[in-house]
Design a protein around this ligand. Sequence first.
Ligand SMILES: C[C@@H](C(=O)O)C(=O)SCCNC(=O)CCNC(=O)[C@H](O)C(C)(C)COP(=O)(O)OP(=O)(O)OC[C@H]1O[C@@H](n2cnc3c(N)ncnc32)[C@H](O)[C@@H]1OP(=O)(O)O
Length: 171
Amino acid sequence: MFHALSPMWRGAAKCWARALPTLSKTSSLPSRFFSEWKLGKLNHIAIATTDVNKAGAFYRDVLGATVSPVQPLPEHGVSVVFVELQNKSKIELLEPLGDTSPIQNFLSKNPGGGVHHICLEVSDIAKAVAHLRKQNVRTLTETTKIGAHGKPVMFLHPKDCNGVLIEIEQE
Ligand SMILES: C[C@@H](C(=O)O)C(=O)SCCNC(=O)CCNC(=O)[C@H](O)C(C)(C)COP(=O)(O)OP(=O)(O)OC[C@H]1O[C@@H](n2cnc3c(N)ncnc32)[C@H](O)[C@@H]1OP(=O)(O)O
């Protein structure tokens, strides 16, 4: 591969090749550079509300969006409605379901509702979870769960993510 380069660039490439193992140990470059997984696209932004039908009607009737039917997800303690957007990303409307919904405290603190979490796709969720735990990012369950799109998901503690609850989803 070095043969296609001019002597100056060949020298620089060799220098980088020597430096890479050291840099990976000292985390001088972004860790994703060395990871076996990659961050993908924004899958959705989730909004907590006390009434997904009412919130869905706003997106459908006022903003003209395509809105899914209500989907109860008892294993997650929420009912969801998806608002489809042009670029394939979505807005997920969440309403508490059951007595122990994980969004109940959030709604008690924010009775008018609000942005609850963002969901980012990853190329390999098992590797991403292992990597994040090594970086001292707390995961909110021991193992992944199957999310609203039938794919494995994991939530990361907002206190370890600059105050934002992050869901990662297998792409
Ligand atoms: C269907 C699926 C899918 O899309 O596939 C879903 O969306 S399921 C969507 C619902 N499922 C989930 O959210 C699962 C993951 N969430 C959880 O495990 C929980 O909601 C926690 C994030 C751990 C929060 O739990 P809980 O509200 O009981 O605890 P808490 O009130 O003591 O909160 C601890 C601290 O985190 C902060 N905190 C709580 N929720 C937050 C949020 N959404 N964004 C940013 N910060 C948040 C609180 O203000 C508090 O900070 P201070 O101490 O400074 O006051």
